[in-house]
Design a protein around this ligand. Structure first.
Ligand code: CO
Length: 211
């Protein structure tokens, strides 16, 4: 059996188990999804949103990209955010990075990853530049990368608050609560590192006054 055939077989087994446990499971889910959370995580295969949070299908709306970035020209991310906030009415948006993130480590090198990856990693280099003083004081390279993971998550949460999507929802509905988390690959534990409640003041430069 090839590796991908194994996936299809495991899928059949999983579907059968779910139905055995709860005969209405798929019927209920196919009619409606009412997730309370939007998860913006890293594409890394070792950080599966539902598994590490013990959540079931229907509970988390998920967007993943390299190094869990919130980039204000990313139509994919912004569409997911718009739909989750304005249609699904999520109460929480979680940006979850992880220690040992390859994207973060790559951005700390001077290596030329060629056109598209350079473009993406450039956004992480910009975060490094903002916190250069703090980061360059950390001699150990692994610890420095881990600190950049935390600071990057914080910056991406702040990027969410700079969107009119979040500002409008904060003004009109006092939600969603924004969270910055970091997952530890070595121990499986999630560490909250930053949060912004609805209405948290932001740099006035990014505030819209005609929402
Ligand atoms: Co990663």
């Amino acid at each position: 059996m090839t590796s991908y055939e194994k996936l299809l077989l495991k899928n059949k087994n999983w579907a059968k188990e779910e139905i055995d446990n709860d005969p209405e499971f798929f019927k209920r889910l196919s009619a409606l999804q009412t997730p309370e959370f939007l998860w913006i995580g890293c594409s890394d295969s070792r950080v599966p949103a539902d598994k590490i949070t013990g959540t079931q299908p229907g509970e988390i709306f998920v967007h993943r990209n390299i190094a869990n970035m919130v980039i204000h020209t990313d139509v994919n991310l912004l569409s997911v955010l718009d739909f989750a906030v304005n249609h699904l009415k999520v109460k929480h948006v979680i940006v979850c990075g992880h220690y040992g993130c390859g994207g973060i480590k790559a951005a700390m090198t001077n290596h030329d990853y060629k056109y598209v990856l350079n473009m993406w990693l450039r956004n992480i280099k910009d975060v490094y530049r903002l916190y250069r003083e703090e980061l360059s004081a950390i001699a150990n390279e692994e610890l420095r990368a881990d600190r950049l993971v935390e600071l990057n998550v914080k910056e991406q949460v702040m990027h969410l608050a700079k969107t009119s999507i979040i500002q409008r929802a904060w003004l009109n509905e006092k939600r969603p609560h924004l969270h910055g988390w970091v997952y530890g690959l070595k121990d499986g534990i999630i560490h909250p590192v930053f949060e912004m409640n609805a209405g948290t003041p932001i740099d006035p430069l990014y505030e819209y006054d005609d929402l």
